[in-house]
Design a protein around this ligand. Structure first.
Ligand SMILES: [Zn+2]
Length: 410
């Protein structure tokens, strides 16, 4: 059973729909254009015979594939939005059939080259069908590869009721790229025992560890006065903000100098003027004690600068963002082991690396729906060199089918 053409046709069609999300928008979904794909998927799910197909008022398409055998209800998720970091309007996907191992050039940007030199994984994909954009945009395989994989596998299961599998729930979500894909309603509406996101990279990736994340919001109020009459009175908030930045770690514990399991403190925003400044940091670590220690360090720096200038007013608010899904998954590894065993049975060597970021699964897991992340094949995401192999996507679809077959109880 080959899913190649089905997956390729779906991916190309979904990628051509502009679904870029926007962190500055207060609405949910953040952009109305995401409905173009959400409605398309709603219609396609009905066409292939899925049950309970709904588009919620918070912009998630939900559907059921009725079980043909007893077992836990399993959810499958992919996000429809594309990253705001790069042009995503007017995506022209194209397929390079039977990739020859050489350089791939781009019709709309002659300077651009994709090659095994700048993307070593591509070197392993000779003979595969490679999908890229045309040079001016990202592709959006992140995460339309995941959408296509779930749709193709769902279509297959619905066409073959003789295949035993437990009840399945499908969710296509908006706004993952801006960290707003999982609203408070979703866990209840998803109504499953555990779930998977198809939002990973290389074949074999089964991820169940993400960062734990806090955000720090530092506000610095100086004393504002006409500089001509400022002697002994003016307190410049800009100087205090730069003191805080200067006292935070720079030679270590920053994203550009850390990797693997090391966390960091990252200054993301500094705005304001001499009377008032605002500084935003993100704090990341895989362990809660490491996260806490980094937060304590930030507070200590603020307190020290405050102590040096009592006339200023410095506040530091640290807010939890998301937590490492491992804390919950390690208490019950059933969903992780199911995916690892399914991969191995297909001859795929599973790889579980900690994600230096968060996924929709981090939030879902914390909210009571254990949700590891599975591979789709997508590479070089969020930029013009984004690509995916159709045959890698087919492996992911096989993984989904094998996994649900192995989940049958009794
Ligand atoms: Zn993604």
């Amino acid at each position: 059973m080959s899913f190649d053409r089905n997956l390729e046709e779906r991916l190309v069609r979904y990628c051509a729909v502009d679904t870029q999300s926007d962190a500055d928008s207060p609405t949910a979904p953040s952009t109305a254009i995401q409905y173009d794909l959400l409605r398309m998927l709603e219609g396609e799910l009905r066409e292939i015979g899925a049950q309970d197909v709904t588009l919620t008022d918070y912009g998630v398409v939900l559907a059921t594939i009725p079980g043909t055998a007893p077992g836990p209800t399993i959810g499958f998720l992919a996000h429809v939005d594309t990253a705001p970091q790069f042009n995503a309007t007017g995506v022209k996907p194209r397929v390079i059939r039977g990739y020859n191992g050489g350089d791939i050039t781009y019709p709309d940007d002659p300077e651009l080259v994709l090659s095994p030199e700048n993307s070593p994984y591509l070197g392993e994909k000779q003979g595969h069908d490679i999908v890229t954009a045309s040079g001016l945009t990202l592709l959006g395989a992140d995460d339309k590869a995941g959408v296509a994989i779930i749709m193709a596998a769902a279509q297959h299961l619905l066409a073959h009721p003789e295949l035993p599998h437990p009840p399945l729930r499908i969710a296509f979500t908006p706004d993952e790229e801006i960290g707003r894909g999982v609203g408070t309603q979703l866990p209840k509406d998803l109504a499953c025992d555990f779930a998977y996101t198809f939002d990973g990279g290389k074949v074999g990736e089964v991820e169940y560890e993400s960062f734990s994340a806090d955000g720090a919001d530092i506000r610095i109020k100086g004393v504002s006065i006409h500089p001509g009459y400022a002697t002994g009175k003016l307190v410049n908030a800009i100087h205090l903000a730069s003191k805080i930045v200067g006292a935070l770690p720079q030679g270590s514990m920053v994203p550009e100098l850390t990797s693997g399991r090391d966390g960091f403190i990252h200054a993301t925003d500094m705005t304001g003027g001499s009377s008032e400044m605002r500084l935003k940091l993100i704090i990341r670590d895989f362990e809660l004690d490491g996260l806490e220690a980094k937060g304590a360090l930030v507070r200590k720096v603020c307190e020290a600068v405050q102590a040096g200038e009592p006339r200023a007013e410095i506040t530091c608010t640290i807010t939890p963002q998301y937590r490492n899904m491992r804390y919950w998954l390690e208490t019950d590894m059933t969903p992780v082991n199911l995916a690892l065993d399914a991969a191995k049975s297909l001859g795929i060597e599973p790889v579980s690396r900690p994600i230096r970021g968060g996924t929709d699964g981090s939030r879902l897991t914390e909210m009571g729906v254990p949700t590891p992340n599975l591979f789709t094949g997508m590479q070089n995401i969020h930029g013009p060199l984004e690509w995916v192999s159709v045959q890698d996507m087919a492996r992911a679809a096989e993984l989904m089918l094998t996994l649900v077959g192995r989940a049958v109880r009794g």
